[in-house]
Design a binder for this molecule. Sequence first.
Ligand code: HXC
Length: 306
Amino acid sequence: MAPVVSSYWKEGTFVNKVVFCTGGSGTICSGQVRALVTLGADACIVGRNTEKVQRVAADITKQRTGSKVIGIGNVDVRDFSKVKAAVETCVEQLGSIDFVIAGAAGNFLAPISDLSLNAFKTVIDIDLIGSWITVKATLPYLLKSAEKYRNDGKSLSNGTGGRIIFVSSTNYRSARVAQAHVCAAKAGVNAISDVLSLEYGPRGMTSNIIAPGPIDETEGIRRLSDPALRDEAIRSVPLQRFGLIKDIADATVFLFGDTGNFINGACLDVDGGAWRVKGGGQWGNRSYPDSIQTPESLSRKALSKL
Ligand code: HXC
């Protein structure tokens, strides 16, 4: 079986810690939770589809003997009372919430001309308002955990806590055709994280963003890309591959573990450099990456013009 997280990380890092994750039965978020559970955490994942959430929770439990992973279905992140009830169940059954992953998202490709008011609003409601609701419902527990596990980065800590990660996207920064709704929602999600980092940093909490690029074998890739153009899409990524779910999991462990002690208000792009290429990768009639295959001659030409 492919590894879910890098062997670099230490087993037991997240013992006695609990992660609450919206969208936790999805391909990316379940990978993040799987990694944390592997390294010692217990988890509560929530989603709309009860059968799917419970099935994925049961599967994640297998990552580590003795782990507790609960899956709560019929939780739409657009419904504050449902999210709040799930948060309370999580704390009752697992004892705390030390980490939150706000990952629930909705997406489809539709140009502005095909995007009804309700379609636009639906994605804003799921991604942006859903993230806001997740913050409002979990904040008291995150603050409690931040206080308990406050560390100065110098002493050997008894672990970390009081941290939230929003799963966003680089698309809003580069802009992308047929994604006005998602770009708008994710820009708002990033703004929530940025303000949280300012308002609650003084109390020891951190808030950060992971912005995944094209990650293989995910719902995002299935919904947003054309399999016939797969090779071309891979060539447009500077690292010449799609990401792995493990790449996002590693970034999550990095931000939640001691390695993330001084990281607050950041956006970590995990995209192989992909978003920088959009719109900027051509040289003459050569498309990216052929345009950068002869760096020496390009630099000679550039030098001769000096
Ligand atoms: C145009 C569309 C549409 C489409 C739906 N709508 N699909 N419009 N093109 N392809 C419109 C509908 O016609 C309706 O508007 C409105 O959106 C709401 O649709 P519903 O089906 O009633 O909404 P709902 O049942 O709440 O479903 C939400 C959803 C659905 C987002 C539309 O796809 C969903 O539940 N997705 C959840 C899973 C998901 O999308 N995961 C993606 C994760 S990947 P009208 O006007 O007709 O009423 C990801 C990658 C991020 O997020 C990476 C960033 C690039």
